[in-house]
Design a protein around this ligand. Structure first.
Ligand code: GTP
Ligand code: MG
Length: 193
């Protein structure tokens, strides 16, 4: 897809702040520091559009980006960061569940996992939730540049077993690997919605 415009629209800390114009939406979900904001920037070829950081848990709100004035990307806060308080952790669950279950225009949920590690219990839980609730979803395995092709192959096979119902695309925001494949999925989901 040719990106003619990509703009940050807003950060929403509660439901009343969500966008409400009915454009299709692609949500990016995954644990803290897995590379959600980097994936968004890489797909859009815009370096600093979504804030990235080495400090896990940086993105605390749902951030909306309007692409080509046609659809939204939403960058969700990461889950599973051990150092946040218990209340913040359950807040994540409530926020995400509210968002995922009540957002009617979700064309695709992109769940990120780290290609270097086995999916965590929370990764598996989120995946099961998406499957159970019939949400169109795709798994993207990030940071693929950090391991060998052989390790990557094994890791994807392992993830495929733990996340039963999912298509997995390996990605590297650093070198743009997987970019075309992810765009193809996004395009197909928007055309369907
Ligand atoms: P939170 O907003 O805190 O939940 O994190 P996030 O999931 O948005 O992660 P972010 O994009 O901020 O990336 C976290 C760190 O991983 C940053 O230092 C990125 O530069 C790095 N990173 C992300 N994707 C890749 C990748 O594909 N390859 C490499 N080598 N590093 C990556
Ligand atoms: Mg982020």
């Amino acid at each position: 897809m040719k990106i003619t415009s990509a703009e940050f629209v807003k950060s929403a800390f509660e439901k009343s702040h969500w966008t409400a114009d009915g454009r299709p939406e692609i949500a990016f979900l995954g644990r803290s520091n897995v590379g959600k904001s980097s994936l968004i920037n890489s797909l859009l070829l815009r370096k600093g559009l979504a804030r990235t950081s080495n400090t896990p848990g940086r993105t605390q709100s749902i951030n909306f980006f309007l692409i080509n004035e046609k659809f939204y990307f939403t960058d969700l806060p990461g889950y599973g960061y051990a150092k946040v308080s218990k209340t913040m952790r359950s807040d994540w669950g409530k926020m995400a569940e509210e968002y995922l279950s009540e957002r009617n225009d979700l064309a695709l949920c992109i769940q990120l996992i780290d290609s270097r590690h086995k999916p965590t219990a929370l990764d598996i839980q989120l995946n099961e939730w998406l499957v159970f609730n019939n949400k169109p979803h795709l798994i993207v395995a990030t940071k693929a540049d950090k391991i060998s092709n052989n390790e990557l192959r094994n890791s994807l096979a392992e993830a495929g077993k733990l996340l039963a119902d999912a298509k997995i695309i390996a990605y590297s925001a650093q070198i743009g690997r997987g970019r075309e494949a992810v765009w193809a999925e996004i395009n197909a989901s928007i055309n369907k919605s």
